[in-house]
Design a protein around this ligand. Sequence first.
Ligand SMILES: Cc1cc2nc3c(=O)[nH]c(=O)nc-3n(C[C@H](O)[C@H](O)[C@H](O)COP(=O)(O)O)c2cc1C
Length: 198
Amino acid sequence: MLDTPRIGVIVGTTRENRFADAPLDWLMAIARKRTDARFETVDLRDYPMPFFEEQGSPFYVPPANEVAKAWGEKIASLDGYIFITAEYNHSISGVLKNALDYVYAEFNRKPATFLSYGGAGGTRAVEHLRHILAELQVASLKWNVTVGMTEMLGIMREGKTMADYPYLVESADKMLDDLVWWTATLRDGRQGQARIAA
Ligand SMILES: Cc1cc2nc3c(=O)[nH]c(=O)nc-3n(C[C@H](O)[C@H](O)[C@H](O)COP(=O)(O)O)c2cc1C
């Protein structure tokens, strides 16, 4: 029998006073009540990589940078992913793009979904992220959590918390149900392939 699938919640911004922590803490509290998957935070603050300066794409050459190696090992150890992403100039943050440039095989044939925030709910960043993940052979999923300007301003300026927007729980539950299914299914598929190849 297989272990419970492991899902990483990747925090895609690193600046001081980032908004990301509000939705991260909220989502982790919901996710950790589940017994069908194990969830862990993967904070890019813990992987301070230089701007990509390796000998080639990780498709061909494994990174030499020690922090990048640790980041790659963490990604490889996980079966599925949730990206907590802001929208920076209609895309993802530079730090997240840089981190993604350091990995390739570690993400292959695994699923990912998104909790995004921003003026338009961070949805433009999510659509860019889907394009990047396609190259990494990640299956990007339909069901996401979208935190819009109303909720962001309420939290940043009116002292509200994510709990003041209970309707978001429904989208989180749906997102997690779907992600756990894909995570378990693709993990079974990868392990089946490994058995055939062996
Ligand atoms: C460099 C930069 C670019 C931004 N561009 C956008 C944008 O295109 N669309 C948007 O909705 N918000 C944009 N914002 C506002 C962010 O949504 C907001 O600052 C958010 O809190 C950033 O996430 P963080 O706090 O986790 O860093 C931008 C913020 C920064 C710092």
